[in-house]
Design a protein around this ligand. Sequence first.
Ligand code: ASP
Length: 341
Amino acid sequence: MTSSDTSPHAARYPAGALAFPHRDLLGIGQLERHEILFLLDEAEQWVALNRQRTKHSDALAGLTIINAFFENSTRTLLSFEIAGKRLGADVVNMHAAQSSVKKGETLIDTAITLNAMRADAIVIRHGSSGATGLIADKVDCPVLNAGDGQHEHPTQALLDALALRHALRERGETADDFTGLVIVICGDILHSRVARSNLLCLQALGATVRLCAPPALMPSGIEGMGAEVFHDFDAALDGADVAMMLRLQTERMNGQFIPSAREYHYLYGLTKARLEKAKSDTLVMHPGPMNRGVEIDSEVADMIDRSIITQQVEMGVAIRMACLDVLTRRARGVEGWGEVA
Ligand code: ASP
C-alpha cells in the first residue's frame, strides 16, 4: 500500500478488515495492531508535506474543528491546531479558563453546546479519566482524546511510535514494528496517561516494555498488562533500546509521593553517566514538558545522536493530521469509507 491509498481494505491488513472502523479516537486500547500501523502509514504523507516550504492541503477545507482543552497544554494544543490548519480546516480553540465551565456548566452541557455548533471533529483534553468518552456519547462528530486524566493520550503514543520508527529507519532498520526491542518507560507511571497509552501501543507493535518507578509511583497489578516491573533504573536500562522518560505529574498527586526531587533524580534521573552504562545506541524519548535536572539531564535531552525528543514533536503534527483526516473521511464521503463499526 502507498501512503496516499485511502482504501479502507488495504492489502496488508487482515482479509476483509477495515483499516480504521472507528468513529472516535479515545484510546490505544480500542485499536488493533493493523489499525495502529495504518495510522502510522497514513502519517508519512503528512511528514513529507510538513517538510516542504508550503505546507498546505485542502483535504478538510470547509470543516470546523474545535479543540476543547479543559487542562493546560502547550505542544498538544498547538500541534492539533497546526494539524487542522495544514489540512485546510477552520480551527477554533476553546480554553476552559475562558469558558462557561468556570461558571459551573456540566461537561454534558458543554458537549451539547459544541455539538449544536456543528463541529466536524472535536479534540478534547480533560483532567478526568473517561471524560472524552462521555463527550463522544453526546455528540454527532468524531471525538479525539488529547489526554483524559490518568487514562489515555492516544495521539502521544502514536507520535512516539512514528518518531521511533523514523529513528530506526535512519539507522537502516526496515522493520515495520518493534518486535525484539526493549523499551523502558521510567517515571511517574501511576499518574501518567502517556505510560498507559504507550504500554498498549508498544506492546501491540511487538516491543517488550519495562516500566520503572519508585514503588509509590507504580500502579499495583500493572504486571497483569504484560509489563516487566522495575524499581531499579540501572537494572531496567540494562540492554534497553529506548529510554522513555516521564515527568513527575505533581498536579495529580495528593500528598507526598517522593522524599525529594533531589533523591528522585539520584535514583531515577537519566544522567549521562547512567546512559553510558546502557547500550551504546539507546535512544532517549520524552513526551514533554521536561523537568530538566529532575527526570532527565540537559546533556542527555540535547544529545543529538541519542535524543529524539524534537523528532517526537515534529511527528506529533503529522500523526494528528492523519487522525483528523482518517476520522473525517466518512463525513467527507471519501470513497469506500461508508462503514462505521
Ligand atoms: N504532555 C503529556 C500529557 O499531557 C505528558 C505530561 O504532561 O507530562 O500527559
